[in-house]
Design a protein around this ligand. Structure first.
Ligand code: C5P
Length: 235
């Protein structure tokens, strides 16, 4: 039987050229991690690159955070599912009808990717919320959006590791939690709601999205190995 991927690590391949992503991927084992293609890499590499990574046996998270009218998002999700990705996402702020349309579109596919929603970006802090017209705490906003996504039968949510406990308490453990904002050491960058890999997993994260701590390291493979060692029992 084919060995399944047991690692919770999803490497964010945030590169400006497909060749740079492929160079790193060549050194990775497809059962040792998953990979994420976001807006930067998709804009330069497109669906061809997605299919290339799928063909190499990688489980690909297509992180394009679709946020548009329901018909457009449903069609985009359907095309993404055709690419054979393992996971894709929409933005919960797109609302109930949009998420439901995405769910229905994905459900029509024989091989369905996990469909998750993005909540409040991990680069935002409490004082950013008022400026975008959101009241209440970050945690209450994330919880409200997670409940909305759950009511549309989405498979889970992208959130910061700080919100894991309240989401699990409210929605149970089947609702998958995918957490960016992972920093093995404290780093002053655009991510604000952060935790170390082991703290996030101990809190109950299902998957960790890790970009720059690996990709910007002088030795990405060693950085990955160090993170794997740090999470020991969770591998
Ligand atoms: O380099 P870093 O570890 O910060 O990468 C985090 C990745 O996760 C980036 O690709 C970013 O686009 C993505 N992401 C995020 N916050 C979200 C959703 C996705 O940081 N809420």
């Amino acid at each position: 039987m084919e060995q399944s991927n047991i690692s919770p690590i999803i490497i964010a391949l945030d590169f400006h050229k497909p060749e740079l992503a492929l160079e790193l991927v060549e050194k990775l084992e497809n059962k040792r991690c998953r990979v994420k293609i976001g807006k930067e890499l998709f804009t330069c590499g497109g669906p061809t690159l997605v299919e290339k990574l799928v063909c190499k046996g990688f489980e690909v998270f297509l992180d394009l955070k679709y946020h548009d009218i329901p018909n457009t998002v449903a069609s985009a999700c359907s095309v993404a599912a055709d690419l054979g990705v393992w996971m894709l996402n929409v933005h919960a702020l797109g609302g109930y009808d949009m998420m439901l349309a995405a769910r229905e579109a994905v459900d029509k596919h024989a091989k369905q990717p996990l469909l998750i929603a993005v909540s409040i970006l991990t680069s935002l802090e409490q004082n950013d919320l008022a400026a975008i017209g959101l009241q209440g705490t970050i945690e209450s906003n994330v919880l409200r959006l997670a409940k909305l996504a759950n009511s549309c039968c989405l498979d889970g949510m992208v959130c910061s590791p700080l919100e894991i406990t309240s989401l699990h308490n409210s929605l149970g453990n089947n609702f998958k939690l995918v957490t960016p904002g992972i920093r093995p050491v404290i780093t002053d960058d655009d991510q604000k709601r952060t935790m170390t890999p082991i703290q996030a997993l101990q809190n109950g994260a299902d998957y960790l999205v890790i970009g720059r701590p690996i990709t910007a390291s002088p030795n990405p493979l060693q950085a990955l190995l160090d993170i794997e060692r740090s999470i020991g029992d969770f591998m």
